[in-house]
Design a binder for this molecule. Structure first.
Ligand code: PPS
Length: 314
């Protein structure tokens, strides 16, 4: 696998919001387990604040395994909340409009701090597996949108992300990273347990379970599902505006959606852009035949008991 090179550029990028400059260069510290789930060290250091987080009944939770379309669905939901007004969605970068619950880096406001500052109704991003979600979300019966993406594309996207987002440990070789991914030895743990755990919860929670591949196939259809779930009218003009504003091309160019305003010490887009390819099936450019066979055998074993079906291409 080629492409990602670990050359770092330093300093505060153009337009970095005040207060978003970390106190120190993020150090590629090893992951730290939280109840057995590997976690980014800084996030683990701040775990007490996350665990005690008090959700409000009108909070909407966006939950995903990393690299599964979180930013995409966040932008869609924020636009819905803004009545389809892209100008209103340009008020702040996506990480301030939809704070990342468990985010923590020294010297930068934590996700919980940001959530305390924004007005209700809040939209909350998380990558936590069900067993680590703060109890208050279940107790307050919050609405939830989960987005799942096929694991081969997730693994590739995650590998590039490990290179550019330096809160992660060094990813090592692609072959090694893929093994770690299959074993759940990456940040936020096992993809398999994540997608299955949230799938089971949909029986008891007010939850919309979406797939990245469906969103790629027919964005307007999936936007209508979100509108119906949130009990908003699916006006055709609104659906079209949202689809246009949240296309990969539009979001890649939108500094309020593409994470370009974060300091390069947190995300270095010169290594790999956050908005990288935005397609289904990119894994074919990266998996060798042997890796694919190994992955398929492991996938069949790990998903044997699950009714979940993923499309590795569309
Ligand atoms: S994160 O860091 O976990 O919150 O990342 P996340 O937003 O979940 O996933 C990033 C991947 O989603 C792609 N992306 C999109 N694809 C299609 N359309 C839109 N609008 C879109 N926005 C983001 C992004 O490019 C990452 O995938 P890859 O495969 O790396 O390109």
């Amino acid at each position: 696998m080629g492409g990602a090179s670990p050359t770092a550029s330093r300093g505060r990028g153009p337009g970095v919001p005040r207060g978003m400059q970390p106190a120190e260069e993020t150090s590629r510290a090893p992951l730290v387990p939280i109840r057995g789930v590997p976690m980014i060290k800084y996030f683990a250091d701040n775990w007490g604040e996350v665990e005690g987080f008090q959700a409000q009944p009108d909070d909407l939770l966006i939950s995903t395994y990393p690299k599964s379309g979180t930013t995409w669905i966040s932008e869609i939901v924020d636009l819905i909340y803004a009545g389809g007004d892209p100008v209103h969605c340009g008020r702040d970068p996506i990480y301030l409009r939809v704070p990342f619950l468990e985010f923590a880096v020294p010297g930068v406001p934590t996700g919980v701090e940001l959530l305390r500052q924004i007005a209700a109704p809040r939209v909350v991003k998380t990558h936590l597996p069900v067993e680590l979600l703060p109890e208050s979300f279940w107790e307050r019966d919050c609405q939830m949108i989960y987005v799942a993406r096929n694991p081969k594309d997730v693994a590739v996207s995650y590998y590039y992300f490990y290179h550019m987002a330096k809160v992660h440990p060094e990813p090592g070789s692609w072959d090694r990273f893929l093994d770690d991914f299959m074993a759940g030895a990456v940040s936020f743990g096992s993809w398999y347990e994540h997608v299955r755990g949230w799938w089971e919860k949909r029986h008891t929670q007010r939850m919309l379970y979406l797939y990245y591949e469906d969103m790629k196939e027919d964005p307007q259809r999936e936007i209508r599902k979100v509108l119906a779930f949130l009990r908003r009218p699916a006006d055709e003009g609104l659906v079209e505006t949202i689809a246009q504003h949240t296309s990969f091309q539009a979001m890649r160019q939108n500094p309020m959606a593409n994470y370009g305003t974060l300091p390069s010490s947190i995300m270095d887009h010169s290594i790999s852009p956050f908005m990288r390819k935005g397609v289904t099936g990119d894994w074919k450019q990266h998996f060798t035949v042997a890796q694919n066979e190994r992955f398929d055998a492991d996938y069949t074993r790990q998903m044997a008991e699950s009714e979940l079906r993923f499309r590795m291409e569309i």
